[in-house]
Design a binder for this molecule. Structure first.
Ligand SMILES: [Zn+2]
Length: 433
């Protein structure tokens, strides 16, 4: 099977490729860029006017399976992923049961293969039951396919447990991903602490709740020499802490979610629960600091924190609504704004969603190298479309962008040489239901 992707603007940050050429795929792997001896193609995709890049990687996704399949499952999450150009994603362990033992990781990987649309890499829990007390068997979880460790949804709150987990992880080169939130400071807060929380009369989560835990963790990371990754960074102070740690040569990395550089706390005015997430949307100063972190390379990765919920979990008042929004299908258009605003050039932007997360997680993905598995995203960077929540492939309809115009649309997603998404529709889906 030979696939020819014709006349696209190929951008492969991993290999420094940035030119208009044909891309050839033979038997599921990248065969050639430009001239090829592949012979006639069995299938041709016209990518004129479009960008052809490695399939995107989203290293922070909540797939809800097992345990909360009414919110999302591996099949619906995979469809949302490929509709967003994502061909590899990491799923967080706050499922039911949690990904705190090898059996669950193996089950998720097997189910994702059966669905066959998107690579799914589980993130193992750091502590059993995510309760922050007793470490999981990280080595066993790693052997089962977990690519990093986190208690996301919950912080690893106990400093002693955090120290032990970092020391243990350091001896195997594992990365610990922290949901940085000092619960003693955030309490029952629902949104950012500031004038919006005061105006709405809703309890706030102060920025210092995020910053103080990151400051503590960076000291522990230095002590242990471990790889420490801050999930969904959202404050000016946190970006500065990571910048300083990296300046000292520590193995500290971080990711930003599109909502934290696209929106501020004002999006929750009117008690809008579809703009409620943790960490919350912050101030304009914080938003600009996240953007500056992306620009100067303090922030390596864009990841969505895709957190689908049922409508009932959101339509119960701002204070008690569930935290989180869906993100897989809006990651690319929202991130392209950074190119239009001249914060990042296109290759650097695409690196944050391809080779950078691949490098952090040790994934064989995020590249168009000859011989690599042909996971490819093709998108029209100028195409305008209006987001309709009812048309999302995710079961979760909780997005603050309903009815808004997006610029930039995925036209094709190719997984291991097979088109899995084409012009708005899932194709070649395995019969799994
Ligand atoms: Zn989190």
């Amino acid at each position: 099977m030979i696939l020819r992707i014709q006349n696209g603007h190929i951008i492969d940050p991993a290999n420094g490729i940035d030119r208009i050429a044909d891309l050839w795929v033979r038997d599921g792997v990248i065969a050639a860029i430009g001239e090829s001896d592949c012979g006639p193609a069995d299938q041709t995709i016209d990518a004129g006017g479009c960008i052809v890049c490695p399939g995107l990687i989203d290293m922070h996704v909540h797939l809800r399976e097992p345990g909360q399949e009414w919110k999302e499952d591996i099949a619906s999450g995979s469809r949302a992923a490929v509709a967003g150009g994502v061909t590899s994603m990491c799923c967080m362990p706050n499922t039911g049961p949690h990904i705190d033992h090898a059996g669950i990781a193996l089950q998720i990987i097997a189910r994702a293969k059966q669905v066959g649309l998107c690579n799914v890499y589980p993130i193992g829990a750091v502590t059993k039951n995510l309760d922050g007390k007793e470490l999981t068997e990280m080595r066993e979880l790693s052997r089962a396919g977990c690519v990093a460790f986190s208690d996301d949804g919950m912080p690893i709150w106990h400093a002693g447990v955090m120290r032990k987990s970092l020391e243990y992880a350091a001896s195997f080169g594992f990365m610990i991903i922290q949901h940085a939130e000092e619960k003693m400071l955030t309490g029952n807060g629902a949104i950012n602490e500031g004038w919006v929380s005061t105006q709405l009369g809703v309890a706030g989560m102060p920025a210092v709740g995020e910053d103080s835990m990151i400051a503590r963790d960076i000291m522990l990371a230095e002590l242990s020499g471990a790889r420490y990754h801050v999930a969904h960074i959202s404050t000016k102070g946190a970006v500065e802490l990571v910048r300083q740690a990296r300046g000292k040569g520590l193995k500290v990395t971080t990711e930003a979610a599109p909502h934290h550089f696209a929106l501020t706390e004002e999006a929750v005015l009117g008690y809008n629960a579809d703009a409620k997430m943790s960490p919350p949307l912050r101030t304009e100063e914080d938003r600009l600091a996240v953007i500056e972190g992306l620009r100067d390379g303090t922030i390596d990765v864009i990841a969505t924190d895709h957190a689908p919920h049922h409508e009932d979990d959101k339509r119960c008042g701002l204070s008690c609504a569930a935290f989180g929004i869906v993100g897989l299908e809006t990651m690319l258009p929202l991130s392209l704004q950074l190119v239009r605003d001249q914060v990042l050039e296109m290759p650097r932007l695409l690196a944050t969603m391809t080779c950078n997360p691949a490098r952090l997680l040790g994934l064989k993905a995020g590249t168009l190298s000859i011989g690599a598995e042909a996971d490819i995203c093709i998108f029209d960077p100028e195409k305008k479309w209006t987001l309709d929540r009812k048309k999302l492939f995710s079961k979760g309809k909780n997005t603050p962008w309903h009815g808004m115009e997006m610029t930039g649309q995925v036209t094709h997603t190719i997984k291991a040489g097979q088109p899995v998404f084409s012009h708005g529709a899932i194709v070649g889906e395995a019969a799994y239901e």
